[in-house]
Design a binder for this molecule. Structure first.
Ligand SMILES: Nc1ncnc2c1ncn2[C@@H]1O[C@H](COP(=O)(O)OP(=O)(O)OP(=O)(O)O)[C@@H](O)[C@H]1O
Ligand SMILES: N[C@@H](CCO)C(=O)O
Length: 319
C-alpha cells in the first residue's frame, strides 16, 4: 500500500480540527497511487482526501495547486485544496507538504472502453484549451533534462537491447525536436492515465492527480493519454476502436497544426519512453525493498507500448 508517511489517530484528529470539516469519524490509507501518500478522511461533514507530497518540497507545491485552481475556475471537476482555519491551503504534516481536497463521488475505471475514450478525448482537448492562458510556464520535472540524466544513470542496469532501444529513442526525439522547437505548448496534465479519472456510471466525473502538470507540448500530453487509454496492456498494441473514438472527440474540439500532425509518431514514442523510464527508475530504486517493489508499476508494459508504436503508428487524422 502506498502510504509512505503514516499518521496516527491523534495526528489526524489534530489536523482535521484545523479545518472547517467537523469531527473526524474515520480514516484509511489509499492503496493504488505510487508517488504520494493519500488518505481518505470521513468527518461529520463529508468525505475528503489528504495528500502528503513525497517528492516535492513545500515551495514546489503551489504551482500545482494554482493549475488546479485555474481549471476549477474554468468549470472542471478537479481537486482544489481546501483552506484551513488559518487561511492556508498548504501546510506541513509530518515534515511533508500536505493538502486536503474534496473526495469526489464516482469510481476508478478497471479498464477503458470506446465510450470512456471518447469522453476523455473531448475533455482533454478542453483541458488543453483551458490551460493556454495559465500564466506560470513551469518546465516539467520529468522533461528532457530529466530523461537525459535518468537514462544515463539507468542504462548500465538494462539488458543491451533495452539500453539500445532507450538511447536510440531519446536521440531520435532530440533530433526531431531540435528541428521543431516551436511546436504548440500549453499547460498539460502530464500523467492523465485512466487511473487518474473518476466515472459516475458511464460519465467522466473528475480528473485528479495534477502533480506532473507543466508547460509542454500539447501533442505529448495527447500521446500520454492515447498510450495508456488505448493500448492493450499485454501486447502494447493500439485498440483502434478506442484510438479512433478518443482522437475523433479530441480533434472535434481542437484542430492540430501541420507540424503537430508530423510530430505525432515521435510524441507517441517519447511519451512511452517517459513512463518506461520513470517506472525503471522506481523499480531499480525499490529493488532491495520487496514491500516497496511490490507497489511499483511494471516497466515492461511501457516497453511493450514503445515497441508496438515502432512496429506501427497510425496517423493522427486516420479515420
Ligand atoms: N479527490 C479524490 N476523490 C476521490 N478519490 C481520490 C481523490 N484523490 C485520490 N483519490 C483516489 O486515490 C487514488 C490515488 O490517488 P493519486 O492518483 O492522486 O495518487 P498518487 O500517489 O499521486 O498516484 P500516481 O501513482 O497516479 O501518481 C486514486 O486512484 C483515487 O482512487
Ligand atoms: N502514471 C504513472 C505513475 C504516476 O506518475 C505510471 O503509471 O507509471
Amino acid at each position: 500500500m502506498a502510504v509512505y508517511t503514516s499518521l496516527s489517530d491523534s495526528d489526524m484528529r489534530a489536523l482535521v480540527a484545523d479545518y472547517y470539516l467537523g469531527e473526524l469519524v474515520s480514516f484509511q490509507g489509499i492503496s493504488g497511487g505510487v508517488e504520494n501518500t493519500n488518505y481518505f478522511l470521513t468527518t461529520t461533514t463529508g468525505k475528503y482526501v489528504l495528500t502528503l507530497f513525497e517528492e516535492f518540497e513545500y515551495d514546489e507545491v503551489p504551482y500545482f495547486l494554482d493549475v488546479v485552481a485555474h481549471l476549477k475556475h474554468k468549470g472542471f471537476n478537479v481537486p482544489a485544496a481546501l483552506i484551513d482555519i488559518h487561511g492556508e491551503r498548504l501546510r506541513m504534516v509530518k515534515e511533508r507538504p500536505a493538502i486536503i481536497v474534496d473526495c469526489f463521488s464516482g469510481d476508478g475505471l478497471e479498464q477503458t472502453s470506446v465510450e470512456s475514450c471518447r469522453q476523455m478525448g473531448s475533455a482533454l482537448a478542453k483541458l488543453h484549451i483551458a490551460g493556454e492562458d495559465f500564466p506560470d510556464h513551469r518546465e516539467s520535472h520529468r522533461g528532457m533534462a530529466w530523461w537525459h540524466a535518468t537514462s544515463e544513470a539507468i542504462l548500465p542496469e538494462l539488458e543491451p537491447d533495452q539500453a539500445r532501444l532507450l538511447a536510440s529513442q531519446i536521440a531520435e526525439f532530440d533530433a526531431f525536436i531540435a528541428e521543431h522547437d516551436d511546436l504548440p505548448k500549453t499547460t498539460i496534465h502530464g500523467d492523465l492515465f485512466f487511473n487518474n479519472t473518476l466515472f459516475d456510471g458511464e460519465s467522466l466525473s473528475a480528473i485528479i492527480d495534477f502533480y506532473n502538470a507543466c508547460y509542454s507540448w500539447v501533442m505529448y500530453d495527447l500521446a500520454i493519454v492515447v498510450n495508456d487509454w488505448c493500448s492493450d496492456i499485454e501486447t502494447g498494441e493500439l485498440d483502434m476502436a478506442k484510438y479512433r473514438a478518443l482522437l475523433k472527440a479530441y480533434l472535434y474540439e481542437r484542430e492540430p497544426s501541420v507540424d503537430e500532425i508530423k510530430a505525432w509518431p515521435y510524441m507517441l514514442r517519447i511519451a512511452a519512453v517517459r513512463f518506461w523510464l520513470s517506472r525503471l527508475e522506481a523499480w531499480h530504486g525499490a529493488k532491495d525493498d520487496p514491500e516497496r517493489l511490490a507497489q511499483q508499476h511494471d516497466p515492461r508494459e511501457l516497453q511493450r507500448i514503445l515497441e508496438a508504436r515502432l512496429r506501427y503508428t497510425p496517423a493522427l487524422m486516420e479515420f
